[in-house]
Design a protein around this ligand. Structure first.
Ligand code: HAS
Ligand code: CU1
Length: 540
């Protein structure tokens, strides 16, 4: 193991462990969908498991993976000494302690509040304190990333930021702007309420702060994946990045537009005026644009790769792509899935159509295509690419790694498409009782859910294949020469000097102003109405 990668390696280890436990929870939930008489099956266990699955997959796996990737990008593009190792370990342990506290609170059965922890559902104080520590750990990581950039900038006053790091800095900025909302909710509202210092809580206000954080959270997941698509994929595929400036424009658009869109999760909430909901709708439609640009640029880059590898004609280049490379297949399959998930996102965002899908199984279908595949499958591919580079060991069980992404997409197709269908039939999300109290409407979706259960089992098999490859490589991998970290080169030689798209400070200030415009007035409006509080509610 190369000393330099010990810190990212520790972060990746926690990420993979969280993924492993989260996947086991998911299997139980999927089988529950088939209404099988499983041992231990009960409402309480179902919701406990779903809380653990959501928190471990969406919050722990992603955050630790992204922190690890940030260290790798910083060290390999800005210079080895730009990351302060000691502070990195502090960040790691703070986040780890937070994870252990939150996971412990969930597993003790006292905190069955699902990953959105909406009040008045109330968790044990340690659930919230743990979540806060996970965020504090990530803030320390943010500080390290910014510090690394500034150290590099001192010696490279005029240079353009290396693209992988440009994407990572965007992630950091989006995360800082987003977590202000969750910090206000958790520290200002949930912790005092769970400790009994305050007796009631204002659910709509809490949800507003939650979604201030919750939407940009999805781009905190997506942007590191995009950084891999732009800065790594074209290289591994044997091609060039189609356009370097377009990539930078995309990242900057995410800084600006990620946060002022949260009300698209609250179209059905009272107390927020229709005008503000519409304003957030427009901003949401605008944020489809950088993903459409990404679709264009990455497909064009892949075409360059296919043609450089001898592809001719309109489509033959696709067959020439190195489909046997697990990073390449993971990312292309992730992209194909994201095209469907993103289309669904546009439907969610349409103010009127949202009423058809809100709180139905459609929504879980949507986010398993986006975070559950576009992001998670990209991260799995990235792990296959990273492991030999940071451990110096050859990837073991390569054929398993080659098949695993296809199984993931088949499983996800069965699972998520069915969720979209049953959602349209009116099946609510987060239901344990499939008969829905004997409702005749529920009879229509009963058979469909069995298909989604089969999808869940296929996904579980694929997840275990991923964990197996990682485990086998780490334990039995043959030590050899670690391949170098090489990043994509643009088709047109990149402009070596920094451009306006590298002015991170400027874009952060502009984005902060947009966040204030989007939230200050509606929050003041909420506060000026007569407020009612709710006491805490624990279903189990
Ligand atoms: Fe979403 C709900 C709107 C993207 C995650 N979303 C959720 C929830 C999650 C989530 C977790 O407006 C549930 C929250 C909860 O528990 O309540 N979402 C959007 C929109 C987008 C979007 C407009 N979502 C994401 C991403 C996520 C994510 C990314 C995670 C990573 N979402 C919503 C809305 C709701 C919502 C409402 C609330 C619903 C409700 O009522 O509760 C956009 O960012 C999507 C843009 C994407 C595209 C696709 C571009 C395509 C690309 C690939 C092309 C490549 C190809 C491959 C075809 C426009 C980049 C070619 C291959 C070759 C070989 C050549
Ligand atoms: Cu959203």
């Amino acid at each position: 193991m190369n000393e330099r990668y010990r810190l990212p390696y520790a972060n990746f280890t926690v990420a993979v462990l969280a993924f492993f436990v989260g996947a086991c929870m998911a299997l139980m939930q999927a089988l529950s969908r088939a209404d099988l008489p499983l041992p231990l099956r009960s409402e309480q266990i179902y919701y406990l498991s779903m809380t653990a699955h959501g928190v471990l997959m969406a919050l722990v796996f992603t955050t630790f993976f992204i922190m690890g990737l940030g260290y790798v990008f910083a060290r390999t593009t800005l210079g080895q000494d730009t990351v302060n190792e000691r502070v990195g370990w502090i960040s790691f342990f703070v986040a780890l302690i937070g994870t252990v506290l939150t996971a412990g609170a969930i597993l003790s059965g006292t905190s069955t509040v699902l990953y959105t922890f909406y009040p008045p559902l109330q968790a044990h104080p340690l659930f919230y304190i743990g979540a806060a520590l996970l965020v504090v750990g990530s803030w320390i990581w943010c500080w390290l990333m910014i510090r690394a950039y500034r150290l590099w900038r001192r010696d490279h006053a005029e240079a353009a930021i290396p693209l992988a790091m440009h994407g990572m800095l965007t992630t950091v900025i989006v995360w800082i702007l987003a977590t202000v909302g969750i910090a206000i909710e958790v520290v200002g509202m949930l912790i005092p309420w769970s400790l009994g210092i305050t007796t009631t809580i204002d659910p709509v206000l809490a949800r507003t702060f939650f979604w201030w954080f919750g939407h940009p959270l999805v781009y905190f997941w997506l942007l590191p994946a995009y950084a891999v698509w732009y800065a790594v994929l074209p290289r591994v595929a044997g091609g060039r990045l189609f356009s370097d400036p377009l990539a930078r424009v995309v990242f900057v658009l995410f800084i600006l537009l990620s946060t002022p869109v949260g009300f698209h999760h609250q179209f059905a909430d009272p107390g927020i005026s229709a005008g503000w909901k519409l304003a957030h709708t427009f901003a949401t439609l605008a944020i489809l644009f950088p993903s459409l640009l990404t679709a264009f640029t990455i497909i064009a880059s892949l075409e360059v790769a296919g043609r450089l590898r001898g592809g001719k004609g309109l489509f033959n280049w696709i067959a020439r792509l190195p489909w046997d490379d697990p990073l390449v297949s993971c990312v292309i399959l992730a992209m194909l899935t994201f095209a469907v998930g993103g289309f669904g996102g546009a439907i969610n965002a349409a103010y009127a159509m949202n009423a058809m899908v809100h709180n139905t199984a459609w929504v879980q279908g949507h986010f398993h295509l986006t975070v559950g595949t576009a992001v998670a499958l990209t991260f799995m591919g990235t792990a296959y690419w990273l492991l030999p580079r940071i451990t110096g060991k050859e990837l073991r069980l390569k054929p398993v790694a080659q098949v695993q992404p296809y199984l993931w997409v088949i499983g996800m197709g069965l699972f998520s498409i069915v969720n979209h269908v049953t959602g349209m039939m009116g099946m609510p999300r987060r239901v344990y009782d499939l008969s829905y109290g004997g409702s005749p409407v529920a009879a229509a979706w009963a058979e469909w859910t069995t298909i989604s259960a089969v999808g869940g089992v296929v996904l579980f098999v694929s997840a275990m294949m991923f964990v197996l490859v990682v485990f086998a490589t780490v334990v039995w991998g043959k030590v050899g020469q670690a391949p170098a970290f090489e990043y994509a080169v643009p088709l047109d030689p990149a402009e070596p000097r920094a451009s306006v798209w590298d002015r991170m400070g400027l874009w952060t200030v502009a984005a902060a102003a947009l966040v204030l415009i989007a939230y200050l007035y509606p929050i003041l409006q909420l506060l000026s109405m007569e407020r009612f509080g709710s006491i805490g509610w624990k279903p189990f």
